[in-house]
Design a protein around this ligand. Structure first.
Ligand code: FDA
Length: 318
């Protein structure tokens, strides 16, 4: 309930402008976001690598309906990949990138109607193709993030079509969606890289499980399918119970045949603890100035963070 109400309030342009203009928001942003520039992103990637962690970098932004902005986002990724390669960070995919199709124009031409159309899908595919080519040149790859359910079919199609040229391109599935168990069965085939997450978007009950324990049960079902399959599962969660299940399912596989993934700023000690136990652990690191909606999703999944955030905004000088 709280999560839905927060996400609805956060959608208001006035709330967005107010929060982005508040200096006190910065402290919370800094916990979850690497910084504004590609230099900041590279510096954080370097630091995480030296702690034995793998990295995926996300240039913040989503839902653009501006073709120039979509092209600029693609150019930013190509620029970033060049910088990472120059520092040797992309070797063997140690640092890769995560990309949201709606940041690359998936919603272009949809004129306020929900969901993507053919024009947007073509534009986003072309941009992603360029980014995947730059990633391949740099010795690394791309993972196509999952967004709200209206974009799921298009995102799966885009990632599927890229895989024919760039086989290591990753797909993301959300356990919260009712369709996902069936999607996962189709994706648990040789050569696929599949990130399994719970899902961070407020969705209608027709599409998604509403109760947390139903999402968790769906996650566990999908996890078993992926971990029993021949692909490369990327288990994205901070949930101790799901991490424990992954660990026990992982005993039947080579340690380097799957990885754990966590968000920058969330359970950093656990990230290091798992990596020290010789598991592969990748940290998802967002950077850029367009942090508002990413931050709202992080606050919505953790009411304690929200309370802290509101207190800091209301405190004198905040
Ligand atoms: P859950 O929310 O139940 O949290 C379990 C525990 O983790 C909490 O009890 C707390 O200890 C800790 N925790 C979780 N969130 C926290 C926070 N924000 N601050 C502090 N502590 C926190 N979603 C999506 O829809 N599309 C995508 O492409 C991705 N990509 C993605 C990549 C990676 C690497 C991760 C880890 C996550 C995503 N997500 C995502 C987000 C995902 O769907 C989900 O919203 C969050 O991971 C939170 O879910 P958990 O599985 O961690 O469980």
């Amino acid at each position: 309930m709280l999560r839905k109400a927060l996400m609805a309030a956060a959608a208001s342009e006035r709330v967005r402008e107010a929060v982005m203009g508040m200096p006190a928001a910065r402290a919370v942003v800094d916990r979850y976001v690497a910084g504004e520039s590609s230099e900041d992103a590279v510096a954080v990637a370097r630091e995480l690598r030296s702690a034995g962690l793998l990295v995926t970098l996300d240039y913040l932004g989503e839902d653009t309906t501006d073709a120039q902005r979509a092209a600029a986002t693609a150019a930013q990724y190509v620029h970033l990949l060049g910088k990472l390669a120059a520092e040797g960070l992309t070797e063997a995919g140690a640092v890769e990138v995560s990309v949201k199709p709606t940041a690359l124009g998936l919603l272009l031409g949809s004129e306020g109607k929900p969901g993507p159309n053919a024009l947007g899908e073509r534009v986003a595919t072309e941009h992603l193709d360029r980014i995947a080519a730059a990633a391949a040149d740099a010795g690394t790859t791309v993972t196509v993030d999952a967004e709200d359910h209206t974009t799921t079919d298009a995102a799966l199609r885009i990632a599927g079509s890229l895989r024919s040229r760039f086989p290591s391109v990753g797909t993301v599935v959300q356990a919260a969606l009712r369709r996902t168990e069936a999607d996962v069965r189709g994706l648990a085939v040789p050569g696929t890289r599949v990130r399994l997450c719970k899902g961070a978007y407020a969705e209608p009950v027709t599409e998604a499980f509403a109760a947390r324990h139903d999402v968790d049960k769906s996650y566990a079902r999908c996890l078993r399918i992926l971990m029993a399959g021949p692909g490369y599962p990327m288990i994205a969660t901070h949930d101790p119970r799901l991490i424990a299940i992954t660990r026990s399912l992982g005993l039947a596989r080579a340690t380097d045949s799957f990885e754990y993934q966590m968000l920058y700023g969330v359970r950093p000690e656990e990230q290091r603890r798992l990596a020290a136990s010789s598991a592969k652990v990748r940290v998802y690191v967002p950077y850029g100035g367009d942090w508002y909606r990413y931050l709202v999703r992080r606050l919505a999944e953790r009411p304690a963070n929200l309370a802290l955030f509101l207190r800091s905004l209301l405190s004198p000088g905040g």
